[in-house]
Design a protein around this ligand. Structure first.
Ligand SMILES: [Zn+2]
Length: 325
């Protein structure tokens, strides 16, 4: 792998990690530990975000006036994103619509509706400027230019269902995979990761939440036996896992930076099943899992020098599981 130092804005660096996300907060919620692990190891890290989350709900009274005011909410969430990236140690960030050739308009949050306790879908109306209305190839070509220049060792994004079905997450997945199709070949073929979570750890952490109450009024507990998000898969399907424990402070700091989107961020000590809890605007309490899991969908993970908290989980040819750094 190409040796390279820490990434700074505008520096020409290669290697390391590029993570592609839909909205501010997703980089932390979905890949926060992976980002912090690479950043801690002094490896180049770039976060790419498709939209500014301007159609989301706003938590708290103080900034409630921002809800429904797209441009103002976008501007505020850019500052929250910047603070979260600082907490994670990430110095390099780009919005897809600002990648060359820069879009004349912005790629905007498409909005979503809950279709279940852990599933979302597109609302009845697709707003003008919505990211889901942008042709996949248009956004993919912008991202492809960044990938050709950055040549990361690892590219991380969501699974085909966007983790839980948010239309912008699904589109971010499609744009990332298309950009990889346009750029990878014999000269460069990164390890491609989709965020996943193992069923056993997810259920155990959800069950453990109840023991750590009482929780602030208005928050509800996840039903451990209830519907799970699309990213939750069989334990064996999680092929790579980041140990979140040594990175918890960074992740908690980044979660707190997203105050209009994440509430009740609470570190929990002394329970192997979870490291903390938080809730989004749906007021459903979620555990901070001890591991951040990934499915390896392309590339050779054996060719990457992984930061210490990242562990590969392999199923050996003898059928027995083995663990290797
Ligand atoms: Zn999102």
């Amino acid at each position: 792998m190409t040796p390279s130092g820490p990434a700074g804005p505008g520096e020409h660096v290669t290697g390391g990690l590029v993570a592609v996300h839909a909205h501010p907060d997703d980089e932390t919620l979905s890949t926060g530990a992976l980002l912090a692990a690479f950043a801690d190891a002094g490896r180049p890290v770039t976060v790419v975000t498709a939209t500014r989350g301007e159609r989301g709900e706003v938590i708290g009274h103080r900034l409630a006036h921002l809800q429904g005011d797209g441009p103002a909410l976008a501007a505020h969430r850019e500052t929250e994103l910047a603070a979260a990236l600082t907490a994670l140690g990430v110095a390099d960030h780009a919005f897809v619509d600002r990648l060359a050739p820069a879009s004349s308009g912005r790629y905007e949050d498409s909005g979503m509706v809950w279709t279940g306790s852990a599933r979302a879908g597109l609302g009845a109306e697709v707003p003008a400027g919505a990211f889901v209305g942008v042709p996949v190839d248009e956004a993919a070509e912008r991202l492809a230019r960044l990938l050709r220049r950055r040549r990361p060792d690892v590219v991380a994004t969501y699974d085909p269902e966007g983790g839980y079905g948010h239309p912008d997450h699904v589109r971010a997945h499609q744009v990332t995979m298309r950009a990889l199709e346009l750029t990878t070949g014999p000269a460069w073929s990164p390890v491609v990761l989709w965020r996943r979570a193992g069923r056993t750890e997810t259920a155990a952490a959800a069950a453990a939440l109840e023991a750590h109450g009482p929780w602030p009024e208005g928050l509800t507990l996840t039903d451990p036996a209830g519907e799970t998000a699309a990213l939750v898969v069989t334990d064996e399907a999680v092929q790579l896992a980041v140990d979140v424990r040594p990175l918890r402070d960074q992740v908690v700091g980044a979660l707190r930076a997203h105050a209009t989107q994440v509430q009740a961020v609470t570190p929990i000590d002394g329970d192997v099943r979870l490291l903390g809890a938080f809730a989004l605007s749906n007021r459903l309490l979620q555990p901070l899992l001890p591991h951040e899991g990934y499915e390896v969908v392309a590339g050779d993970p054996g060719a990457v020098e992984w930061p210490a908290p990242v562990h590969r989980r392999r199923t050996g040819s003898d059928g027995g599981p083995s663990t290797r750094r």
